[in-house]
Design a protein around this ligand. Sequence first.
Ligand SMILES: C[S@@+](CC[C@H](N)C(=O)[O-])C[C@H]1O[C@@H](n2cnc3c(N)ncnc32)[C@H](O)[C@@H]1O
Length: 211
Amino acid sequence: MSKVVLDAAHFDSKARQWDTNPVFRERAARIAAAIRDRIPLSRSMTALDYGSGTGLLAFLLKDELSHITLMDSSAGMLAVAAEKMQAQRVGNMTLRQVDLSADPPADETYDLICTAMTLHHIPDTAHILQVFQRLLKPGGWLAVADLDREDGRFHGPEVDVHHGFERAALAALAESAGFTDIAFTTVFEIEKDRDGDNRRYPVFLMTARRS
Ligand SMILES: C[S@@+](CC[C@H](N)C(=O)[O-])C[C@H]1O[C@@H](n2cnc3c(N)ncnc32)[C@H](O)[C@@H]1O
């Protein structure tokens, strides 16, 4: 079976409707709440939201941070984020169209990197964790929200993504990339009808610190 790749053009086509999905909004709210519970956010911190999409997570956290950069490979997603920034007169956000799995990272570092539902779209997990490590200041925080390991029916077996993650295996990759204090919590469950079954897909938040 030839695999379907969910590339930037795919997300461009989804961008305009993204924020109308109540599940996406609720998921972002639960992830933001879990980040607040586990990471001492402050108005002196700079942050990167990687695979930010339209900024559902970043807009919830922005007032608790000094500055947040929204980075995504989809121009369409960032265009929606730009409209929201303008409408809300947000002054502490920057948008960047970047794919860190291919493009060289910018010459800047952050106190916090968060990434929501994006890791499973990036083929080389070990590499992207190493990039995050390099982009964090010493002692900086990483917050990754994604799917627990699933049977492939979340996107469909024809779609070329990671089928979620085993927590222990992801923790081992994070440790190898130079992270410590690795912890997991379940933040949300996505319900989907699959082949007549109502299935629940848990979403975890992994938090870790750059040593
Ligand atoms: C499932 S969406 C999640 C969007 C947002 N974080 C949210 O929770 O609403 C995945 C996002 O990751 C972006 N993405 C996928 N692969 C990427 C890559 N290699 N580099 C940067 N962004 C990527 C997509 O364009 C999309 O906006």
